[in-house]
Design a protein around this ligand. Structure first.
Ligand code: DOR
Ligand code: ZN
Length: 345
């Protein structure tokens, strides 16, 4: 097959940032994607419905003329979040989900949740009104090895929470392990998982072999090869509980290439090309649409996009830039380490 047409995809986990960075990156998403769930970990974070409304306005202003793109807003859960404000956000149609960052788990997560009990009133209200919780599924306990943080989170935080509140809809974001895949597969209801582009392509060797490669560092960190293979199987299986959330997370190069580099990989610009490659390699091109365009909206109770996009396999590799220039500084583009022949027409 050298051409495939699918419903326009959506990105169910995206960092757009703000200001000059937002302006520099948004076009790479709005060119291909109809909608995206926008992460709230700005500085300061998007905590209230009023914050989300103002942020949404800034995003809409930055969309390049001619692109049709809908940002789906989230709130950053804190121990002081008001259940009434969350409900108001959902009722007004502005808020699609609430995001749980365990405090200290990742970029700008220090205002996140330390004690789950303190978040219970909000979580109970969300279960009642049918508002999904998106989770960054890693514990931050210093004794837990960074490569085990997802598995330990499932056992010690997520599973107890789901037993306590079975009606709460939970998206396990950026699943990186076989454990995560198995846990989602075993759930009877109210649990789904997003998978990033890069976790389908790299394992931890990409970060550590032949020198430290900061542009492959993200959180949750890429794991062993057998975990990557499990993610590939889940994504390409067509199972409706798995869908695309790129976690494309731009940082300027000086903040990646330094003594304490930021976590995040920028994939918005070449995600669809990477995914077509991955799905073709696994003999699953016919399931790319489910993963990128159908399963996500079904989970969030939305219709798939009405428009389509066409991917064409070119003889010559597509020339993506190594870096994009933004008003905030240069951002390195994800290099999958193989030539990309699939192009969005
Ligand atoms: O790699 C990551 N970067 N993981 C996250 O969870 C946050 C993100 C960011 O905001 O930079
Ligand atoms: Zn993220």
């Amino acid at each position: 097959m050298t051409e495939i047409t699918i419903r326009r995809p959506d990105d169910w986990h995206l960092h757009l940032r703000d200001g000059a960075m937002l302006e520099g990156v948004i076009g790479d998403t709005s060119r291909h994607f109809g909608r995206a769930i926008i992460m709230p970990n700005l500085v300061p974070p998007v905590v209230t419905t009023a914050d989300a409304r103002a942020y949404r306005d800034r995003i809409v202003k930055a969309i390049p003329a001619g692109d049709r793109f809908e940002p789906l807003m989230t709130l950053y859960l804190t121990e002081h979040t008001s259940a009434d404000d969350v409900e108001e956000g959902k009722k007004s149609g502005l808020i699609t989900a609430v995001k749980l960052y365990p405090a200290g788990a990742t970029t700008n997560s220090h205002g996140g949740v330390r004690d789950m009990d303190k978040a219970m009133p909000v979580l109970e209200r969300m279960a009642k009104i049918g508002l999904p919780l998106c989770v960054h599924g890693e514990v931050t306990t210093p004794e837990v090895d960074i490569f085990d943080r997802e598995a330990v989170f499932i056992e010690t935080v997520l599973d107890p929470l789901r037993k306590r509140l079975p009606e709460l809809k939970v998206t396990m974001e950026h699943v990186t392990t076989q454990d995560g895949v198995d846990y989602i597969r075993a759930a009877e209801k109210n649990l789904a998982g997003s998978i990033t582009t890069h976790h389908l392509i790299i394992n931890r060797n990409a970060i550590l072999v032949g020198g430290i490669k900061p542009h492959y560092y993200c959180l949750p960190v890429a794991k062993r090869e057998h975990h990557r293979v499990a993610l590939r199987k889940a994504a390409t299986s067509g199972d409706a509980r798995f869908f695309l959330g790129t976690d494309s997370a731009p940082h300027i190069d000086p903040l990646k290439e330094c003594g304490c580099g930021c976590a995040g990989i920028y994939t918005s610009i070449n995600t669809m090309s990477c995914l077509a490659h991955v799905f073709e390699e696994d003999g699953a091109l016919d399931r790319l649409e489910a993963f990128a365009s159908l399963n996500g909206p079904a989970w969030y109770g939305l219709s798939p996009n009405a428009e389509t996009i066409t991917l064409i396999k070119r003889d010559e590799p597509v020339a993506f830039p190594k870096k994009i220039e933004t008003g905030a500084g240069p951002v390195t583009v994800f290099d999958p380490m193989f030539p990309l022949h699939w192009d969005v027409a």
